[in-house]
Design a binder for this molecule. Structure first.
Ligand code: SAM
Length: 213
């Protein structure tokens, strides 16, 4: 079977091929966001928008939520979720959160957010096995697993308000120590918010704050 016919079959059976659906990693990030999110919150790489909805509806210290993704299918799914999340869901009320299409924090102004949350694509992927679709963009962190995490850490400080916090999901598959070393090089101190171990990986959400405070 060709890749295209496999995809057609998956689509005709309603199997999601374009948008990452909530999984254990999403659940851990949502727990951290509800516990630690505050003020204006940006969720980078929102996928289905499920974490952003939790931030908008369940996080007591969060005032407003913006969700972003590079994937246009994800942006559409997240926008539909944001509309459905308000009481009548017919579009007459403001959506529960705003959705912006763009890469990492590029679309956003300096110092705009008190909290930035990210569950990045993190699986180390052999370049010969890249599969080149939106699901690859959701899952693959390139050869090292850190091809999105590193540029995110390099740029996120720009959009953080003074005293802002980053909530970043890190997998042991991506290299926990390497990610935290890069975060330290970018001027962040870290603290573990929540951690779970599974048969093949340990997932940790770290809170990162500028260590220049
Ligand atoms: C592991 S999924 C997480 C989805 C969702 N946040 C969750 O926890 O269920 C990673 C998401 O990052 C998005 N993504 C990949 N590259 C991106 C980029 N350069 N800028 C913004 N989002 C990106 C993918 O499209 C995908 O939706």
């Amino acid at each position: 079977m060709t890749d295209d016919s496999a995809r057609d079959l998956a689509e005709s059976r309603g199997v999601e091929t374009h948008v990452y659906q909530p999984a254990e990693d999403s659940g851990l990030l949502a727990t951290a966001v509800v516990e630690r999110g505050r003020g204006w919150l940006l969720e980078v790489g929102t996928g289905s928008g499920w974490v952003a909805e939790r931030a908008a509806t369940d996080a007591p210290e969060v005032d407003a939520v913006v969700a972003s993704d590079l994937n246009p299918h994800a942006c559409r799914a997240a926008r539909a979720r944001a509309v459905d999340a308000v009481s009548d869901g017919d579009g007459s009320e403001a959506p529960a959160f705003e959705v912006v299409r763009g890469s990492l924090v590029e679309p956003f102004a300096d110092g705009a957010f008190d909290t930035v949350a990210f569950n990045p694509p993190y699986l180390p992927t052999d370049p010969d096995n890249e599969w080149d679709d939106w699901m690859e963009r959701a899952l693959s962190g390139g050869e090292s697993g850190r091809e999105l995490v590193d540029p995110f850490l390099d740029s996120v400080g720009r959009v953080l308000a003074p005293d802002g916090v980053v909530l970043l999901l890190v997998s042991s598959l991506t290299g926990y120590d390497e990610v935290l070393e890069h975060a330290a090089d970018c001027g962040f101190a870290h603290e573990v918010v929540v951690e779970e171990s599974y048969p093949f990986e340990t997932l940790t959400v770290v809170a990162l704050r500028s260590d220049a405070r």
